[in-house]
Design a protein around this ligand. Structure first.
Ligand code: SF4
Ligand code: SF4
Length: 382
C-alpha cells in the first residue's frame, strides 16, 4: 500500500462509514483499494450485513474469461475472502462452480444442487439477486442469437430469463459493456451482431436489453480486463446500499453507465503516468523497451478516463505504461476500434471515433510548450 493510501486509511479508520453520505462513501472507495476498504471497514461491514445475504449470478457470454481471471487474481483479498466479507452467495459462476449438468456420473439429475438449469430457474423466480454479465451477447445470425448456444439455449435467451428479476445488473469488461473485441470491425460483424448488455459500441439504443424489450438500468465496468477493485468495490457499494438502484445511478454513473469514481470524466490515465515527466519535456521513446514517454509508440492514455495511474494494477505495483506498454484505452466505449491502430502514434494515423485534431494537437502542443519551457530554463541555468 502506498504511503498516501496508508495515511488515508488511518484518517478514515475513525470514520463510521455507515453514516457517510453517498458522495463521501464513493470518494472513500475511489481512494482506497478493495483490500484497504474491506480491511478498514471489516467490522462495520459484518454489522451492516449481519442479517443479509446477497445472491450473485455471474453469466458468461462471448468472451475470454479475462475479467473473471482478473478478479480471481485480485490477490488480497482474493475473491473468496472479499465475497465472504460482503456475505455474497455465488449462486452461479461457470468458471468456479462445482460440476453441474443434466447428466452427472451417468445419471439424469433433477435437483438444484446438481443441475444448474433448475438452480437458475429457482433463483430467477425468487428474485433479489445481483446479475453480473461477462462477455457480449450475439444477436446474429438474423436475430436468433445462435452464434452462442449453451445447453442448447442461445445466450440471448439466457439473458432474457435472468435480467427481469435482478435487483442490480452489472456488465463487467468491454465485451459485456459494449461488445468489445467481439464487436470489432470485421467482415462478419453485421452477421454476428455482438452487443453489450446496454450498449452496442457507443449506441445505447442497440444494447441487448433494449433488443429484448427489457427496461432495466445497468452499471458498466469496462476494461480489457476490468480491474478487480472496480468490480469488487462496485459490488460492495451496491450490496451495502451506498448505491441505490435506480435512484443514485444518475449521480454516480457517467453517460456510458461507468461509475465516475473509477472512470472520472475530468481525469485521464496520462495525468498520473510515471513517464509523465518525459512527456512534459518532450522526450519520447521510438522503440519499445525504453524509459521515456510512449506517445510515439501509440499511447492513448491522454484519452483514457480511468484511475489506473492512481490505483495501479497487480496489487497497486504497476500499470500498462509503467510496465512498458502504451495504454490502449481499453475502457473506451468504442474499444477496440476507437484505439486502432493500437501501437501507432495518434497524430500519424488517426483514431476512429475520436477527434484527434483536437486531442493530438493539444497533447503534442503541450509537450512542445513544456519542452520549450525546459529549454529556456536550461538556458537560464535554473
Ligand atoms: S502519453 Fe502515455 S506514456 Fe506518455 S506520459 Fe502520457 S500516459 Fe505516459
Ligand atoms: S492503463 Fe490504459 S490500457 Fe491499461 S488498463 Fe488502464 S485504461 Fe486500460
Amino acid at each position: 500500500m502506498s504511503t498516501g493510501t496508508t495515511n488515508l486509511v488511518r484518517t478514515l479508520d475513525s470514520v463510521d462509514f455507515l453514516k457517510m453520505d453517498r458522495r463521501t462513501f464513493m470518494k472513500a472507495v475511489g481512494a482506497l483499494g478493495a483490500t484497504a476498504f474491506l480491511g478498514t471497514y471489516q467490522s462495520e461491514i459484518v454489522n451492516a450485513l449481519e442479517l443479509s445475504e446477497t445472491k450473485l449470478v455471474w453469466l458468461h457470454g462471448s468472451e475470454c474469461t479475462g475479467c473473471s481471471e482478473s478478479l480471481l487474481n485480485g490477490g488480497n483479498p482474493d475473491i473468496a475472502q472479499a465475497l465472504t466479507k460482503l456475505k455474497v452467495n455465488i449462486v452461479f459462476h461457470e468458471t468456479i462452480c462445482a460440476q453441474q449438468g443434466i447428466w452427472n456420473d451417468g445419471k439424469l439429475v433433477n435437483t438444484s444442487e446438481l443441475n444448474s438449469e433448475i438452480l437458475l430457474e429457482d433463483t430467477y423466480k425468487e428474485g433479489n439477486y445481483i446479475l453480473v454479465v461477462e462477455g457480449s451477447i450475439p444477436n446474429g445470425p438474423d436475430g436468433s442469437g445462435r452464434y452462442l448456444v449453451i445447453g442448447n439455449k442461445p445466450f440471448k435467451e439466457t439473458l432474457k430469463e435472468a435480467a427481469p428479476n435482478a435487483a442490480a445488473i452489472v456488465a463487467v469488461g468491454a465485451c459485456a459493456c459494449w461488445g468489445g473485441i467481439t464487436n470489432a470491425d470485421s467482415d462478419v460483424e453485421k452477421d454476428t451482431d455482438y452487443r453489450g448488455v446496454a450498449y452496442k459500441k457507443t449506441d445505447a439504443s442497440k444494447g441487448m436489453l433494449k433488443e429484448l424489450g427489457i427496461d432495466k438500468p445497468v452499471i458498466n465496468i469496462p476494461g480489457c480486463p476490468a480491474h478487480p477493485d472496480w468490480i469488487l468495490l462496485t459490488l460492495g457499494a451496491v450490496i451495502l446500499g451506498k448505491i441505490k438502484i435506480p435512484a443514485d445511478l444518475g449521480a454516480v454513473l457517467d453517460e456510458y453507465g461507468r461509475p465516475k469514481v473509477f472512470f472520472p470524466p475530468d481525469h485521464t490515465v496520462h495525468e498520473n503516468c510515471p513517464r509523465r515527466g518525459y512527456y512534459d519535456r518532450g522526450e519520447f521513446d521510438v522503440e519499445v523497451g525504453g524509459e521515456k514517454c510512449l506517445w510515439k509508440l501509440g499511447c492513448k492514455a491522454p484519452y483514457a478516463h480511468a484511475d489506473c495511474g492512481i490505483r495501479r494494477w497487480n496489487g497497486s505495483v504497476s500499470l500498462c505504461t509503467q510496465a512498458g506498454g502504451p495504454c490502449i484505452n481499453c475502457v473506451d466505449p468504442g474499444f477496440p476500434d476507437s484505439s486502432r491502430p493500437l501501437y501507432v502514434e495518434v497524430e500519424d494515423e488517426g483514431i476512429v471515433g475520436t477527434n484527434i485534431d483536437t486531442v493530438a494537437k493539444v497533447a503534442v502542443g503541450a509537450a512542445a510548450v513544456a519542452a520549450g519551457v525546459h529549454a529556456v530554463r536550461r538556458m537560464k541555468g535554473e
